[in-house]
Design a protein. Structure first.
Length: 299
C-alpha cells in the first residue's frame, strides 16, 4: 500500500514540476527530451544497484516502439495540457482512462464489461461533463487544454491495453526505459532544430522531474510485486487529493464545486470498476484452486 501511494505521489510531484517548467519558454519537446534522459539515467542506476541490468533489454523492440510512441504523444500532451488547465482538473479529466480502457479491452481483447461496469463507465463520463461544466462562461482552463487531456486519455488507454499483451514477454524496467529512450531521442532530435537556453533553475527542475518520475515508476513496480494490478489501481485516485493540495500550495488554484462533484463521480466509478476487476480476479483464483484440488483428490 505504501509503495503504491508513494509511487502515485511521486508522479504528482513530477507533474507539478512539469507545470512549473511549462510556464517557461521551453517547448514541450525540450521538456520531454530531458524527462526521457533523466528517467533513463535513474533507471539504469537503479538496475545497476540491483545488479539486474538484463531486465532493461527488450524482447520485442518493434512492439515496444509502437507502445513508446503512444507514450511520447501522451507525455507531449501532458506538457501542453498542464499549461492550459489547473492541476486538479487535469487529474479529473485523465481519470476517464479506466472507462476508456474497459471499452477498448471489450473491442480488441474481447473482455465483456457487463451491465454493472458499463453503468459505472457512463457515470464516470457524466462526472467529466459536470467537472468541466461546459455550460458556464467561468470555466477553468480552455479547449486547448481539454483537447490535450482527451489526447492523453486516448493514447494512455490504448497504451495500457497494448501493454497487457507486452507484459507477457517484457519486464516493467524494459518498458519504462524504452519509453525514456524514445522520449530522449525525439526530444533532443527536435532540439537540433530549435532549443531554448537552460538556466540553472530550469535544469534543476528538469532533474527533479526525472527523479520523481523514475522513483514513482520504481515504487509502482514494487507495489505490483506484492499485490495485484487492480488493487494498486485503487490508490491511483490519491492523486486527486494530492494534486489538489499541491495545486493550491504552489499555484493557488482552488477547485470549483463542479470539479468536486464531477471528481467524486469519477472516483466512485473508477473504484467500482477496480472492485469488479479485483473480485473477478479473486473468483478466478478460487476456481483455479478448486480445479487443482479436484485433480489432486481424483474427484
Amino acid at each position: 500500500m505504501l509503495s503504491a501511494i508513494g509511487g502515485f505521489t511521486c508522479w504528482v510531484f513530477a507533474d507539478s514540476i512539469m507545470k512549473m517548467v511549462g510556464r517557461s519558454a521551453l517547448p514541450a519537446y525540450q521538456v520531454i527530451g530531458f524527462l526521457g534522459l533523466f528517467i533513463t539515467g535513474f533507471l539504469v542506476a537503479y538496475t545497476l544497484a540491483r545488479r539486474d541490468t538484463s531486465a532493461l533489454w527488450p524482447q520485442r523492440p518493434r512492439r515496444q516502439l509502437v507502445r513508446s510512441s503512444l507514450d511520447l504523444i501522451n507525455n507531449l500532451c501532458v506538457v501542453v495540457a498542464l499549461r492550459h488547465v489547473p492541476l486538479t482538473l487535469f487529474y479529473i479529466l485523465v481519470f476517464m482512462s479506466p472507462g476508456v480502457i474497459t471499452i477498448l479491452a471489450a473491442i480488441f481483447i474481447r473482455e465483456k464489461p457487463g451491465l454493472r461496469k458499463s453503468l459505472a463507465i457512463a457515470i464516470g463520463f457524466a462526472g467529466v461533463v459536470i467537472a468541466v461544466n461546459p455550460f458556464t462562461s467561468s470555466r477553468q482552463g480552455d479547449w486547448i487544454g481539454y483537447a490535450a487531456c482527451m489526447t492523453c486519455v486516448a493514447c494512455f488507454s490504448v497504451n495500457m491495453v497494448w501493454s497487457r499483451i507486452l507484459t507477457q514477454t517484457e519486464s516493467p524496467e524494459s518498458l519504462t526505459i524504452f519509453s525514456g529512450v524514445v522520449m530522449a531521442v525525439a526530444g533532443f532530435g527536435s532540439m537540433l532544430w530549435h532549443a531554448e537556453p537552460l538556466t540553472l533553475h530550469l535544469l534543476l527542475a528538469l532533474v527533479s522531474m526525472g527523479a520523481f518520475g523514475a522513483t514513482g515508476s520504481i515504487c509502482f513496480f514494487v507495489a505490483l510485486r506484492h499485490t495485484t494490478a487492480s488493487n494498486v489501481s485503487q490508490y491511483h485516485y490519491t492523486q486527486l487529493v494530492t494534486g489538489a493540495v499541491v495545486s493550491y500550495l504552489l499555484f493557488h488554484e482552488l477547485p470549483t464545486v463542479w470539479m468536486f462533484l464531477g471528481g467524486a463521480l469519477i472516483v466512485a466509478s473508477g473504484l467500482y470498476i477496480a472492485f469488479l476487476a479485483s473480485r473477478s480476479h479473486n473468483i478466478g483464483q478460487i476456481c483455479e484452486t478448486s480445479s487443482c484440488s479436484t485433480l489432486n483428490t481424483g474427484r
